[in-house]
Design a protein around this ligand. Sequence first.
Ligand SMILES: Cc1cc2nc3c(=O)[nH]c(=O)nc-3n(C[C@H](O)[C@H](O)[C@H](O)COP(=O)(O)OP(=O)(O)OC[C@H]3O[C@@H](n4cnc5c(N)ncnc54)[C@H](O)[C@@H]3O)c2cc1C
Length: 293
Amino acid sequence: MQYDVAIIGGSYAGLAAAMPLARARRKVVLIDAGQRRNRFAEHSHGFLTQDGSKASEIVEIAKQQLLAYQTVDWENGKVKRVEKVDDGFAVCIDATRFIIAKRLIIAAGITDQLPEILGLAGRWGKSIFHCPYCHGYELNQGKIGIIASSEHAAHMAMMLPDWGDTTLLLNEYPIDQEVLDQLATRGVNIEKRLIQEIVGHSDVLLTDGSVIQLDGIFATTKCTIAQDWIFKLGCEIEQNAMGEAVKTNAMKETTVAGIFACGDVARLGSSVPLAVGDGTMAGAAAHQSLIFA
Ligand SMILES: Cc1cc2nc3c(=O)[nH]c(=O)nc-3n(C[C@H](O)[C@H](O)[C@H](O)COP(=O)(O)OP(=O)(O)OC[C@H]3O[C@@H](n4cnc5c(N)ncnc54)[C@H](O)[C@@H]3O)c2cc1C
C-alpha cells in the first residue's frame, strides 16, 4: 500500500500528527504496537479538558475521531525495519507486511530504564512516579520521597517541597555538598542510609531494618530509544538531562530529509500535552513538505 505519510507510534504524538494530515485529505497510516509510556498509570493529569481522565480513554477517543476520516488507516503491529527507497520509505511491520510512504513521522516514544530497586517496578505509575506536574497534586501535600538515581533527581528534589514534605533518598548516589546545601534551604530531608526494598503502598525499607513511611515516591529514569531502525536511518541523536532524543528543528524535521519526529522520542521534557503539540507541528510540517518539496 502506498501512503503520503506513515506515522510510527499511534499514541498521543502520533495521533496528533495524523490530524492535520487527515484534515488535508492526505493518505496516512498509523502503525502502533500498543505500548504507551504511561500504560502503568490509570489516570492522566494536566491535559486541558482531560485532566484526570483515563490515560487509555484519551487515546481511544482520538483514535475513533481520526478513523472517521476516510484517508486514515490503522495498523496494529510493530515496525521492525525501515528503508529509504526511491519514492520514500519502505516500512516493514512485524516482518510480515510492507507499506510505502513518501514521508515518515516517528512518534514511537521512549523506553524508561527504571532504577534497579526491589519493589520499584511493580509500583511504577501507581505510587512511584516520574513527574510531579503529572502526579504530585494527588499526594495532598503528604510525605514524598525522591530517589537519587541521576543528576536530574536533585533538580526534582528542589521542586518537590511545593508538593509535600520531601526526603531525598541518596542510596549512595553522589551529590555535591553545594547542591545538598541548596536542598537544605528548601527544607528537603537528606536520607543517607541504603534502600533495601520498597514495601506496602510506597514505604522505604532501609538495610538497617527501619522503614520510612511515604505517601508517594518520585524516581528519575534514563530515557532510551529502543528502535534500532531509527539509528540505521541515520537520524542524529542528542543526549539530554533525561537520556537521548532524536534531534529535530522547530518544524520537527529530523536531520534526514523526509523524516519527522515528535513526542517523547524527540524532545526533552515529556507529557501528554507536549506530545500532542509536538505531533500537531510534525503533521502540519510533513503535509507542507509534500507541497513545497
Ligand atoms: C507512569 C507514567 C505516568 C505518566 N502520567 C502522565 C500524566 O498524568 N500526564 C501527562 O501529561 N504525562 C504523563 N506521562 C508522560 C506521558 O506518558 C508521555 O509524555 C506520553 O505518553 C508521550 O507520548 P508519545 O506519543 O510521544 O509516546 P508514547 O505514549 O510512549 O507512545 C509511543 C507509541 O509508539 C509505539 N511504538 C513504539 N515503537 C514502535 C514500533 N517499532 N512500531 C510500532 N509502534 C511503536 C508504542 O507502542 C506506543 O504506543 C506519564 C509517564 C509515565 C511513565
